[in-house]
Every structure is written in C-alpha cells, then in structure tokens.
Design a protein around this ligand. Structure first.
Ligand code: MN
Length: 418
C-alpha cells in the first residue's frame, strides 16, 4: 500500500545540506544511562536479555555499565563481555585510575572514559582545574589504549563548556589514544540550530575522525538534536530504548532509527521489525510504562478512532500514517468510540461477515458513538492512582531508609540542625 512512499520530496531536495556518513553505528546506553533513571535497576539476567535483543537487532555497541559502581555491576559487565554477543560490549568509567583498571578487568572490548568539561562542573563538582582535568584524561585514556581497548573519550556538559578548553581537552585525549570522541548535551539545552553551530565549531577545532553525541530530552529535543548531529556527520550516536534515561531521558533508539530509514532513506542495517519487541522487553524490565502517544512504540502510534482518519486509512494508509506499522513490528488498530464514522463500521461488519443496509449502518454508527460517549474511563482511574503512587516515591521508601540508618548505627542529633 506504500508504493507511492512519502509524497513530498523535501527530504530529497534538502539532501545537499546533510553530511551523512556511509555507515552509522548505534551506541546503546539503555543499560547505563537508562538504568540511571530513578527507580530503574536491571539484574544481570535482565541486562543480558536486553543486550541479546539489542545485538540481535543489529545495535553495534552496548554500554553494559560502570564496573566500579558495585561488585554486582562489575560481575554483570564481565558477564556481558563474555556472552559471545555480536555487539561490542563497552564499559564506562571516570578519568580515575581505579575506574580504568575495573574496565580493563571486566573484559569489555571498548572503554568510555568520561569527565566533565564545563566550568560549573569543574568548580562545584570536580573541584579540579582545567589542567588537572586534561592530565587525568590523558593518563586514563593512554592506560586504556595501551591495554588494547577501543577508547571513547566523553565529556559531560560539553555544550556548556568553553570551546578553547574543549579544544585542548579533546586534542589531548586524541593524542593519548582516544579512538572516538563524544559530545554531551547533558542537560538537554541544545536545539537543532544551536547544536549544528556547536558541532561545526567542535569539528573545526577538534577535527574528530570518529565521533558521537549524547543528547538529553529535557526540552523534548533529544531526537531532533541527534538527527542534526547525524546530518553534521556524527557516525556513532548514543541512543536508549524507549528514550529511557536520567530526568526526561535520552534520545530514543527507535525514533532515530526510523527517522533515518523512512525520512532520509538510509539503510541502517537494523532489524526494524523487531523494534517493538525490544521496546516491550525494556518496558517490562525497566518498569517504566510507555506513554500511549510515544512515537512508534506507544499504544496509539498506529491506532485510529476519528471517522475522517479511519476513512482515509482504510482507503490508503498513507493518508494518515507515515509508515507501515509492520515496519516496526506493530499492527494497525481501529478503535470504536465517540469519533467513529461509517467507514470503520462498514469495514468491521464486512470483516465479521455481516450484511447491512445503509440505514442499518447509519443506525449502528449512531449507537456506537452514543456508547462511546457513555463509556467511562474504565479501570484507568485506579491504574493511574497506582501509577502515581509508584512514581511519586520510586526506589527505597522513607521507612526503608530509616531502617538502614539504624542498621548503620547512626544516631539522631540532640537538636535538629537549624
Ligand atoms: Mn546522560
């Protein structure tokens, strides 16, 4: 039904403004940044299940986690590194010698070594000078490089950093053996236009051969900014399944993959028909429900109720759908309700083997509309209540924390601190 494809040629006409690389490597961060989402925790088995699915679909790099976080995390990263997956397993760590030793010990073939680069992070968080940051980056990158790892050098908060410092820091990391460099929009403050400007400046001063971006969705710009980066030649974007991640999350894997495939006509090489399966797995294991209107993988992404839309889609799905649901492993749904029109009723009756006259169809359509209007919210009210109670206090409950304070032998002050 999609023989005509997209009927606009804007994407073709603007091709000259895009500088896409020959091959795009998807670097998945679901198991690291995704897991850092409040309340999310994956067991070793769960990380392995997600990694297997990512690898099967064709994601090339999987950040398994930060081994130095805990003994359990170190074991999990080690397990993924030795699972024999087609995808390359990456482990992350700070520009701290112990972190790098833990990465090397894990058996991961890739390392992502990160440090903050903005003044606000240097002054308040790291309490390090720019020279100290450069030195630490050089030492740790060269250690990982000498150990035979493919090394990515990452800075946090790159988009709020001084470009002169960015130039010196990244150049030092590349000289020390960094194979790939990552620009992070840690607090999601870029827009496609400002990010384009930033990346052009970055490319001019750092001249990266292999680069990546890490975008956050605080203003809902993560996918748009990542696409802008790809248009500027970035070859290994960071993505997370379902857009999981800290605060408002990271760039969604499925959104970037399908934008490239459908809008730009890029063959990503990924098994897109398995994206929904992957999304469902991550929803289940993360415990983070998808919004019904989430692009591509939300319940409503291929659902129609409104009469005009249903009528159009029944004639040709291109009228109100930019891609076939099967492309991402989904099915189209027609919902009966207040907005239902005749076409949906006719179609449904036909499918179910009924024969009806025009006036019967009219009558039934009216009845369906009325029933739709009378239809309550069903169980959603209780569901939402439960949902809010879970997400208002994710993680450990206050009582659990107080119990642990006692277990740690900590006593209350005589008077509460003013
Ligand atoms: Mn992040």
């Amino acid at each position: 039904m999609q023989e005509e494809g997209l009927t606009v040629d804007y994407h073709e006409r603007t091709k000259g403004s895009r500088h896409l690389t020959e091959h795009i490597t998807f670097w998945d961060e679901t198991l690291r940044d995704g897991e850092q989402m409040p309340g999310v925790h994956f067991t070793a088995e769960e990380k392995l299940a997600i990694a297997e699915k990512l690898s099967e679909i064709g994601v090339e790099v999987i950040n398994a986690g930060i081994p130095v976080v805990s003994a359990e995390e170190a074991k999990t990263v080690e397990r993924l590194a030795h699972a024999g997956l087609k995808a390359k397993i990456l482990a992350a760590g700070r520009t701290v010698p112990g972190d790098v030793e833990a990465i090397i010990k894990s058996g991961a073939s890739q390392a992502a070594i990160f440090v903050a680069a903005s003044n606000v992070h240097l002054r308040y968080k790291l309490q390090m000078t720019q020279e100290q940051v450069i030195q630490a980056a050089q030492d740790t990158v060269s250690r990982a490089h000498e150990a035979g790892l493919f090394v990515s050098f990452v800075t946090e908060d790159t988009t709020r950093s001084d470009m002169g410092f960015v130039e010196r820091l990244y150049s030092a990391a590349i000289d020390a053996g960094a194979d790939r460099v990552v620009v992070s929009d840690t607090v999601g403050i870029m827009t496609p236009l400002t990010f384009r400007w930033f990346l052009r400046e970055f490319a001019r001063v750092v001249r990266p051969k292999d680069w990546s971006v890490h975008c956050h969705n605080d203003f809902g710009q993560a996918t748009a900014n990542t696409l802008t980066a790809i248009e500027e030649g970035v070859n290994a974007p960071h993505v997370c399944v379902n857009g999981l991640g800290e605060r408002a999350g990271n760039t969604s894997l499925e959104e970037v993959v399908m934008s490239l495939e459908i809008l730009y006509g890029v063959k990503t090489g990924l098994k897109t028909e398995k994206l929904y399966e992957l999304s469902q797995l991550v929803e289940k294991l993360s415990g983070v429900p998808l919004p019904a209107n989430k692009a591509l993988v939300g319940y409503n992404a291929f659902s129609h109720e409104a009469g005009i839309h249903t009528h159009g889609v029944l004639r040709n799905s291109l009228t109100y759908e930019p891609l076939q649901p099967e492309t991402v492993g989904r099915k189209r749904r027609f919902i009966l309700g207040k907005h239902t029109g005749r076409a949906a009723i006719v179609e449904r009756l036909k499918q179910q083997g009924y024969e009806a006259t025009d006036s019967q169809v009219t009558r039934l359509t009216e009845l369906v509309k009325l029933a739709g209007e009378a239809h309550g919210k069903g169980d959603t009210e209780q569901l939402l209540e439960k949902y809010h109670s879970l997400f208002e206090e994710p993680g450990l409950k206050e009582e659990e924390f107080q119990q642990l304070v006692k277990t740690a032998g900590i006593k209350a002050r005589k008077a509460p601190k003013a």
